[in-house]
Write a protein that binds this ligand. Structure first.
Ligand code: DC
Length: 219
């Protein structure tokens, strides 16, 4: 069983790349950011303040989060995938992910989901914390301006009005929160291979990551 850990900052292309790599290799794809987003969404819907650690933990503990074969995230039998991909839920996820009790619970769930299968698991702390012994670790990066432009294009494609400066400001803010939080901050694992996607097409990044996996797995 092989775990491919893909970590990196917001809008580095992790989700798209990880999903495609998983499809090419026939591995399961698990998007851990979606789990933090789901907890942010469910807490918001329940009127729970996002910084109330024990209340948010309770939301996470009773959410019954799981992924279907297409990598869509469900809470029980409710498909949340269409609701969590917003700027607001990205910010909510970033806030709830700073709460140690919430992280502990979700990390436990991620280990359960990743155990016993070939998986591509994507997030911020997969190679450093969730699966520190993962066979393959990739750290996907790109310059902030490139990431903000990609994120803005995504929102536009979804029909949303976009203020590019606001997207870049929020992205920098999330970078700061994700890499400065006390528990499991975003950082590159010593044994991760860094792929800077700034000047690469999606296909080139996917090819690079698949090549890294093949090389490690055959070694
Ligand atoms: O990858 P994403 O944008 O869907 O992640 C949303 C937020 O969740 C991100 O700001 C940080 C947090 N997160 C985390 O702390 N640990 C992970 N493994 C994945 C995401």
């Amino acid at each position: 069983m092989t775990v491919v850990a893909i970590d990196g900052p917001v809008a580095s292309g992790k989700s798209t790349v990880a999903r495609r790599v998983a499809r090419r290799l026939g591995y399961l794809y698990l998007d851990t950011g979606a789990m933090y987003r789901a907890v942010g969404l469910l807490a918001t819907e329940a009127g729970v303040p996002l910084d109330d650690e024990s209340a948010v933990r309770e939301v996470a503990a009773t959410a019954h989060l799981c992924f279907d074969g297409d990598g869509r995230l469900h809470a029980g039998d409710r498909d949340l995938s269409g609701l969590i991909r917003t700027l607001e839920m990205g910010t909510a996820a970033s806030i709830v992910s700073t709460l140690p009790d919430v992280r502990r619970l979700l990390v436990e769930r991620q280990r359960e989901l990743g155990r016993g299968a070939d998986v591509v698991m994507e997030g911020r702390d997969i190679g450093t914390n969730v699966f520190p012994d993962a066979e393959v670790k990739v750290y996907l990066s790109a310059r902030p301006e490139v990431r903000a432009e990609r994120r803005a294009a995504e929102f536009e494609a979804a029909g949303a009005a976009v203020d590019r400066r606001q997207v870049l400001t929020e992205l920098r803010e999330r970078d700061r929160r994700d890499s400065r939080r006390e528990v499991a901050p975003l950082c590159k694992a010593d044994d991760a291979v860094e792929v800077d996607s700034s000047g690469l097409s999606l296909e080139e990044v996917v090819d690079a990551v698949v090549a890294i996996v093949r090389e490690k797995v055959s070694a």
